[in-house]
Design a protein around this ligand. Structure first.
Ligand SMILES: CCCCCCCCCC/C=C/CC(=O)SCCNC(=O)CCNC(=O)[C@H](O)C(C)(C)COP(=O)(O)OP(=O)(O)OC[C@H]1O[C@@H](n2cnc3c(N)ncnc32)[C@H](O)[C@@H]1OP(=O)(O)O
Length: 241
């Protein structure tokens, strides 16, 4: 991912990601992809706050549809998808990594990962929650979501948000090793098993997709939510000054 400075998942970047995924899926010489970051120290800052702040309802609806599409397409991809997480990964950044089949995280205490939406005064939608529950179990997910926990590497490994923590200079090579193991499995059997495991979760969003967009638009248009997002963005900008 190369969307400096922080790989935020803007509408344009999500569209590029989806086009790239589609191209790779349509090229039958590709069997797997490794998602990693070109921004030093940052895997992805998550959803782009500027897409959710000070825009009109039509824009929010278009943006949310693209976020849903990203989740659905990565979560259900027939390719082996591995995240080589070489930086901090809050909220939507964590969600993107949770769509992958395997997560390798660099062992740097700054590289926290988690669904921290509540800390911003926003609520992770049911399909964010379902993805986390499927990964770390109900009790750990409930605690992590309510408290908006961002896990440092050792904790992330202990709770199961990531599958492996390795020295920073070994993230890419480890992801490639893991890829080789996953590609050794007969493709059709692996793909069908992935579908079996993930389709019920994806189907829930597919059947409630429009209602989910409407909920998002209603929620994000609230004055109180706009105020907290705006204040949060300002705080991020002032950090430098
Ligand atoms: C029952 C009702 C249900 C209804 C459903 C409603 C559902 C709503 C859910 C919405 C879900 C949202 C999920 C998300 O992903 S929200 C985004 C969460 N992300 C974050 O909190 C991360 C914020 N960023 C940071 O913490 C830091 O930037 C960083 C990633 C740790 C990097 O720090 P660093 O010091 O290197 O960089 P800066 O902080 O100086 O940032 C550089 C510039 O980038 C801008 N920035 C940062 N993050 C974002 C972002 N997520 N979106 C847009 N822009 C971002 C930052 O402002 C700086 O901009 P500047 O250069 O112009 O100052």
């Amino acid at each position: 991912m190369r969307n400096p400075p922080v790989n935020s998942l803007s509408l344009e970047f999500l569209t590029e990601l989806l086009i790239s995924l589609e191209k790779l899926e349509n090229d039958k010489t590709f069997h797997g992809i490794i998602i990693t970051s070109d921004c030093p120290g940052i895997f992805s800052a998550g959803l782009d706050l500027t897409e959710m702040c000070g825009r009109d309802p039509e824009h929010y609806a278009e943006y949310w549809k693209a976020v849903q599409e990203m989740w659905l397409r990565f979560y259900l991809s027939n390719l082996v998808v591995i995240a080589a997480i070489n930086g901090v990964s809050p909220a939507g950044g964590c969600l993107l990594s949770l769509t992958c089949d395997y997560r390798v995280l660099a062992n740097n205490p700054k590289y926290a990962i988690g669904l921290n939406e509540t800390l911003l005064g926003i609520v992770a939608p049911f399909w964010f929650k379902d993805t986390l529950v499927n990964t770390i179990g109900h009790r750990s997910a409930e605690r992590a979501l309510q408290l908006g926990l961002l896990f440092p590497p050792a904790e992330a490994l202990r709770v199961g948000v990531v599958d492996q923590v390795v020295p920073e200079d070994q993230v890419q090579s480890t992801a490639r090793l893991v890829m080789a193991q996953w590609l050794d499995i007969p493709d059709h059997a692996r793909q069908l098993t992935k579908t079996l495991m993930r389709k019920p979760t994806a189907d829930r969003l597919l059947t409630e997709r429009d209602a989910d967009i409407q909920n998002f638009v209603r929620f994000i248009c609230k004055d109180s939510i706009q105020k907290s997002l705006h204040a949060y963005l300002e705080k991020l900008k002032q950090k430098k000054g």
